[in-house]
Ligand binder design. Structure first.
Ligand code: S3P
Ligand code: PEP
Length: 439
């Protein structure tokens, strides 16, 4: 979107991370704050909100549909909810930038409106698969056109929906959330079965807004239309996906000692802690409490030597966005790390299996690329020149690799770090990383 695309990071080798930090608000929860706040019957307010390019894309979409949103205060957002039937047709296509969460959740939310919408996005987003949401929505009665490749741009001709009984074919919280949001407008019951646990922020926030949502003993979700969403006033936890870069950086670099404050540790999100601990990381989870119906804690991480592990497949969806960082940790761990069952990584902002493998090869690390994962043989890192392919998490993960590299790490195409973690460079420098931006 607005950030310059030529941004490069120069990261000097060595050093340690020391200090305390509250990383910005959780991106998944911040998107949902805007979406459910917009549909609530009254005004909502949130602090700790992530102001980033992805969440701004969601805000812009709802403003274009007539919702008044004030997001000027740092980390603060006020939303004048218009009620379940108060959205209005936008006069332009809704441009969701780089944000898969915005595109997929909005698809469900807009399918049952009584107006038409067009959705588009940037180069990366217009390549990401949308049929996973479009096909079940069509079964619910939605009228949606996609590109020939099944991607954005989409035309959604709002239509009456009916509930379906659906088993998710991929472990995707975006798909689950899309169908739950469509279910808010569907006749009869919408039932969703998941064979693997994925993040449950939509379910928690719907419950917090007083919408009846039932989970039966086998874990399937049941939702019906006809309710009202209560407005809310909440504090968004810090994003564990952003904290992950510092968990890894501090684990890698001797002498590191970092306290990450008020990080969301929702059990459907927090497997990065378990995986790093399996590798030998020294992470203490302290001061556990709740914010916005979500568990949070302070995470105290100190340097520790790491060993390679075989990552349990059940943990993959619960750490899905953290693999660029985890695989950088694997690169200096002693022995071999095996990641399997992670084919979803290929359809994120970049093909994260290939971009990580290419980046690690540049730094001198042997890997074996699998269709659904990566085998990393830990070793010593050289400096080198990395192409992030415009993927924010690749850029931040390789910035941390410099802490243990023998020479500088240059990373191209870093502007999209602003999609999830504006302020990453200042925060990293504040803790001791020798990083600067080159325009
Ligand atoms: O629901 C969400 O907020 C998200 C779900 C995940 O995507 P998938 O549903 O595609 O796994 C994750 O990768 C993304 O960053 C955010
Ligand atoms: C995959 C991600 O986000 P999204 O799907 O919303 O683009 C991410 O933030 O790593």
């Amino acid at each position: 979107m607005s950030a310059p695309k030529s941004l490069r990071y120069h990261v000097g080798p060595g050093g340690a991370l020391v200090g305390r930090l509250r990383v910005p608000g959780d991106k998944s929860i911040s998107h949902r704050v805007v979406m459910l706040g917009a549909l609530a019957s009254g005004d909502s307010h949130a602090t700790g909100f992530l102001q980033s390019e992805d969440t701004r894309a969601t805000i812009a979409a709802f403003r274009a549909m007539g919702v008044v949103i004030d997001a000027d205060g740092p980390g603060e957002v006020r939303i004048q909810g218009v009620g379940m039937h108060g959205l209005r047709a936008a006069t332009r296509p809704l441009d969701l930038g780089n944000s898969g969460t915005s595109a997929r959740l909005l698809c469900g939310l807009l399918a049952g409106q009584d107006f038409a919408s067009d959705l588009t996005g940037d180069r990366s987003l217009t390549r990401r698969p949308m049929l996973r949401v479009v096909e079940p929505l069509r079964t619910m009665g939605a009228r949606i056109d996609t590109s020939d490749a099944g991607t954005l741009p989409l035309h959604i001709d709002g239509s009456p929906l009916h509930g379906i009984d659906y088993r998710l074919p991929v472990a995707s919280a975006q798909l689950k959330s899309c169908l739950l949001l469509a279910g808010l407008y569907a006749d009869g019951e919408t039932v969703i079965h998941e064979h693997t646990t994925t993040r449950d922020h939509t379910e928690r926030m719907l419950a917090a807004c007083g919408w009846p949502l039932r989970r039966n003993d086998s874990g399937s979700l049941h939702i019906r239309a006809g309710g009202e969403l209560q407005p809310f006033d909440l504090e968004v936890p810090a994003d564990i996906s952003s904290a992950a870069f510092y968990l890894v950086g501090a684990s890698l670099a001797p002498g590191s000692d970092v306290l990450l404050e008020s990080v969301g540790i929702n059990p459907t999100r927090a497997a990065v802690i378990d995986i790093l601990k399996m590798m030998g990381a020294d992470i203490v989870v302290d001061n556990r409490r709740e914010l916005a119906g979500e568990p949070v804690a302070d995470l105290h991480v100190r340097y520790a030597p790491l060993q390679g592990v075989s990552i349990p497949e059940a943990l993959v969806p619960i750490a899905i966005d953290e693999f660029p960082a985890i695989l950088v940790a694997a690169a200096i761990a002693e022995g071999t790390t095996e990641l399997r069952g992670a084919a979803e990584l290929r359809v994120k902002e970049s093909d994260r299996i290939q971009t990580v493998a290419d980046g690690l090869a540049t730094l001198g690390i042997d890997t074996q690329v699998l269709e659904d994962g990566l085998i990393v043989h830990g070793g010593r890192l050289n400096g080198g020149h990395i192409n992030s392919h415009g993927d924010h998490r690749i850029a931040m993960a390789f910035a941390m690799a410099a802490l243990v590299a023998a020479g500088p790490v240059e990373i191209d195409d870093c502007a999209n770090v602003a999609t999830s973690f504006p302020g990453f460079v200042d925060a990293a420098r504040g803790l001791g990383l020798d990083i600067r931006e080159v325009h």
